[in-house]
Design a protein around this ligand. Structure first.
Ligand code: SF4
Ligand code: SF4
Length: 140
């Protein structure tokens, strides 16, 4: 695919930084790379990061929830661990499940004002498919 043919992220999504996706009673899970990146970004020991910021259930590591939002979310500044955030946070809202089912697209687009709602689902899906082809771990 030539540079000219490449899909630009802004064609389907531009984050308004509303913070909605950092709210709720659960968060994404951190894989091994996420854990290392967060530890490095925070400049703390693994034990301290785990104790202060993570909720560990068996082998599942998530971020703690405080007052109904991720412990790293701040009303004024947004994500306070931006560089060290889990890759699934960076991927949101362009989840691959959108490719499979329009209902997933509808649900996600209703909760995320950054999704381009001026194009059809079919057009959105095709652009997202191409974007995911271009980048293995798409970060928005
Ligand atoms: S990804 Fe969507 S819901 Fe999350 S902050 Fe950006 S616009 Fe808001
Ligand atoms: S790590 Fe950052 S982007 Fe991810 S849920 Fe927490 S505050 Fe939001």
């Amino acid at each position: 695919m030539s540079e000219q043919e490449k899909v630009q992220l802004a064609e389907i999504f531009q984050c308004s930084r509303c913070g909605y996706c950092c709210q709720g009673e659960t968060t994404v899970s951190l894989d091994g790379d996420d854990q290392q990146r967060m530890i490095k970004e925070l400049g703390l020991s693994r034990e301290e990061v785990a104790q202060r910021f993570w909720r560990i259930t068996g082998s599942v590591v998530q971020m703690q929830i405080i007052d109904g939002h991720c412990i790293f979310y701040n009303d004024t500044t947004g994500c306070t661990v931006h560089v060290g955030r889990p890759w699934r946070c960076g991927q949101w809202p362009l989840h691959p499940s959108i490719l499979e089912d329009e209902n997933n697209f509808t649900t996600i687009s209703q909760s995320c004002p950054g999704i381009n709602k001026d194009i059809s689902y079919e057009e959105f899906r095709e652009k997202l498919r191409l974007l995911l082809e271009q980048e293995r771990k798409l970060i928005c």
